[in-house]
Design a protein around this ligand. Structure first.
Ligand code: BGC
Length: 271
């Protein structure tokens, strides 16, 4: 059996569970620990260690997949909107891996959910362009073409009508402002999705994040060309996708940065 530990780092909780990759579901009940109030690298790693120690190592050296609420470019966090700024610029993969003594794969949380949905959920076998958005504290995005992820898209930070989109349309805004589902959908989400639709002409929108379980309450107010479905794995998607990616990394080690630069130079010289 192929079991890998997946951990989802969120603004309010850090959750982990070993994932059975044959079925795409938790192999044991998950453990959830509150995100430390100061969500610095040091404090978050202490929680990660607690989660890792709680489960028996799985395959190989016990790889760990971590879904993280920021882009992760070859393991480095270029910027972060909703956790401590100490993460910005950090090689999160090396930092966490050194601290835990385990091979670690860090990927963006919406990308992790996208990977989960492609392999086990609502985007499985869907041809063409699928855009998954997670609606929560912020807005995350995963863009998938014929089952292949284009990593680190940050469509929650599109500037729409002069505003950072997630600051107007995330579900946290709905909660903070006590908006009804109807008002939120018609006044905030409609505009957001129509801009994304215009820019990408996707074949399918998959909507994740905690609020997607209430999709019956707001999908009906959205008027879009693109079909929209709720994510199937709900709040398990990040953990499952992160575990899947960590397993994949075992067989496909990351290309070192020098090799990318070298290849670009060669292409330039050949011109
Ligand atoms: C971050 C994204 C993340 C999303 C959801 C945004 O603020 O920039 O990387 O996917 O929040 O957590």
């Amino acid at each position: 059996m192929s079991k890998v530990l997946g951990i989802d780092v969120g603004g309010s909780g850090i959750k982990g569970a070993p994932v059975d990759l044959e079925i795409g579901d938790f192999a044991e009940p998950r453990l959830r620990i509150l995100t430390p109030e100061k969500s610095s690298p040091k404090n978050v790693v202490a929680v990660l260690r607690e989660i890792v120690d709680n489960f028996t190592p799985t395959i190989g050296d016990g790889p760990v997949g971590i879904s993280f609420p920021a882009p992760a470019r070859h393991g480095v966090i270029p910027f972060i909107a909703n956790l401590d700024q100490g993460w910005a610029g950090l090689h999160a993969e090396d930092y966490i891996s050194d601290a835990l003594g385990r091979p670690v794969t860090v990927l963006n949380d919406a990308d992790a959910a996208g990977v989960g949905e492609v392999h086990y959920g609502a985007a499985k076998g869907v041809p063409g362009v699928v855009i998954l958005t997670t609606l929560g504290t912020g807005i995350g995005s995963a863009v998938i073409n014929n089952g292949i992820l284009l990593p680190n898209t940050e469509l929650g930070h599109l500037e729409i009508d002069g505003h950072d989109a997630e600051r107007r349309a995330a579900s946290s805004v709905k909660d903070r402002k006590n908006m009804s589902y109807k008002d939120w959908a018609t006044k905030r989400l409609q505009r957001y999705y129509e801009v994304v639709e215009m820019l990408f002409s996707p074949d399918l929108f998959v909507v994740g994040g905690g609020v997607s379980k209430d999709h019956n309450k707001f999908f009906k107010y959205l008027n879009l060309e693109t079909p929209m479905v709720p994510a199937k794995l709900l709040n398990r998607a990040g953990i499952i996708g992160a575990a899947w990616q960590a397993r994949w990394r075992l067989d496909h080690p990351d290309v070192p940065e020098e090799q990318i630069v070298e290849a670009a130079k060669k292409a330039e010289d050949a011109d």
